[in-house]
Design a protein around this ligand. Structure first.
Ligand code: FAD
Length: 437
């Protein structure tokens, strides 16, 4: 497969915007209806390098990590204006599970699987949630039992995005020997032809929104995982390392929410303006115009929260608070804004003649996936003493400033280009790669 060539990051984003506005928009309803991202669409996204932002280095001078992550967030936001599911596929192919594989996989695993993921030929699922444990990680029961040359994995995982289509699994499991230790195991379902009884994938869930990727329960019954596939051996600190990768993923979920809310606002405005045109342009009803003005303010604030959270992570934050703040604000905003957009457009908005009902359904999932809003609030609350100045910070670099900059991204990045290479590696940011904007 030949990758497209891009002169710089701006050219890349312009291409992404055009792709979202044309191809993806015309296919978004089909993705939602069929519950699939068709192979040709996947190939197009791979050709555009949406799964491989760092590959831009082949044709351009490198971007710093501080430029690459905002670019990824901008890409996810753009794609989400057309299809939240497609945006989530791009998120899942760059961060979270892929970041964990990149950070903790040995050279052989990385060399074998990362290029395949970046070409869109392989995809990875993350298996954390269980039927009895979503928010509460202490309730995880899936166990890894130490045996000669590996582990034996038993238990159930739930709500696994892409469980049926994706070949690679990253599974969080508790040690059978030490109850307070967890580890991260890798499975290539195609490499090891698992017996259907030892690895079972249940029926796809019939859910409200984010329907394009397919969520399933997965059961493991004494599945052998060789030592080569142990990304993090069970230990006490492992879960902290694993959850660290969640910060960037939460920013990505916030970026999806930002794109969905912006698209709903624009779509509803175009409809309302045509149905109730004002005498001198705009809308006939001042109340509706005020509500659109407020929706626009909230969408802009969501996008800026994502920029800010990413800048804080690049700067060295490892509290997880900025990511939780961005996810909480942007996803709750998306629910409110898509709901308001529907109300402003009346009955037609509740049918599939407009994408508004899909935007509302997709937004509704986002306050749950990747950690419910209550969990984001818990993360923030844990640091409130420091954030609100009642207690001094122990480490200078991990606490978000109470007043966050609302300037544009390049300005923010200019101030915060001090991230160290070692920290960048720990958050899974590859070394400097693409062209500066
Ligand atoms: C579209 C989608 C895709 C997903 N994909 C994946 C995936 O690929 N891999 C994966 O592992 N998981 C996945 N999940 C699961 C997701 O991570 C969980 O749904 C999420 O962590 C919340 O867990 P839960 O649904 O069990 O809710 P629960 O944990 O049962 O929480 C329900 C509610 O209880 C309250 N609550 C719970 N705990 C607390 C607390 N400590 N303090 C205050 N209130 C609390 C909150 O109001 C919360 O909203 C996905 C979910 C969705 C919707």
């Amino acid at each position: 497969m030949r990758f497209r060539e891009y002169a710089n990051a701006e050219a890349f984003l312009a291409e992404a915007r055009a792709f979202a506005a044309s191809t993806l928009q015309t296919r978004a309803a089909e993705i939602d209806r069929s519950g699939k991202i068709a192979a040709d669409l996947n190939t197009l996204m791979a050709r555009n390098r949406f799964f491989a932002l760092e590959s831009l280095r082949e044709s351009a001078p490198p971007l710093t990590p501080a430029e690459r992550l905002p670019l990824l967030m901008a890409l996810i936001d753009e794609l989400a204006t057309a299809s939240a599911s497609a945006a989530k596929l791009v998120l899942d192919s760059n961060l979270g599970q892929v970041q964990l594989l990149d950070t903790f996989g040995g050279d052989a695993l990385r060399a074998r699987y990362l290029p395949r993921i970046r070409r869109g030929e392989s995809r990875a699922s993350f298996l954390l949630t269980e039927p009895e444990s979503g928010s509460d990680l202490a309730k995880i029961r899936c166990t890894a039992r130490r045996v000669r040359k590996g582990y034996r994995l038993s238990g159930s995982k739930d709500w696994v995005t892409g469980a049926l289509d994706r070949d690679l699994y990253l599974v969080v499991a508790r040690s059978a020997e030490a109850d307070d230790c967890m580890g991260l195991l890798f499975i290539d379902r195609l490499e090891e032809r698992f017996h259907p009884k030892s690895l079972r994938i249940a029926e796809r869930k019939s859910q409200l929104g984010m329907r394009g990727l397919g969520e399933h329960r997965v059961d493991f019954d004494d599945v052998f995982v060789p030592d080569d596939w142990v990304l993090i051996a069970p230990s006490r600190p492992a879960i902290k390392e694993i959850m660290r990768a969640y910060s960037l993923k939460r920013c990505g979920q916030a970026a999806i929410a930002s794109g969905v809310a912006r698209a709903a606002t624009a779509c509803a405005y175009a409809y309302a303006r045509q149905r109730y045109p004002g005498a001198r342009g705009g809308l006939a009803f001042q109340d509706a115009a005020f509500r659109f003005a407020e929706m626009h303010c909230r969408c802009t604030a969501s996008a800026r929260m994502v920029d800010w959270a990413i800048a804080e992570i690049v700067r060295g934050d490892d509290s997880g608070v900025p990511a939780s703040m961005a996810k909480l604000f942007a996803t709750e905003t998306a629910v409110d804004v898509t709901n308001e957009a529907m109300q402003l457009c009346g009955a037609n908005a509740t049918t599939d003649s407009l994408p508004l009902e899909r935007f509302l359904r997709d937004a509704r999932m986002l306050t749950i996936v990747g950690g419910a809003s209550a969990i984001q609030k818990k993360n923030i609350t844990r640091r409130l003493d420091v954030i609100l100045g009642a207690r001094p910070a122990r480490e200078p670099n991990v606490v978000p400033s109470p007043s966050f900059p609302l300037g544009n991204v390049p300005e923010i990045l200019e101030v915060r280009k001090k991230s160290t290479p070692s920290r960048a590696r720990r958050v899974g940011i590859p070394p400097a790669r693409v062209t500066p904007k």
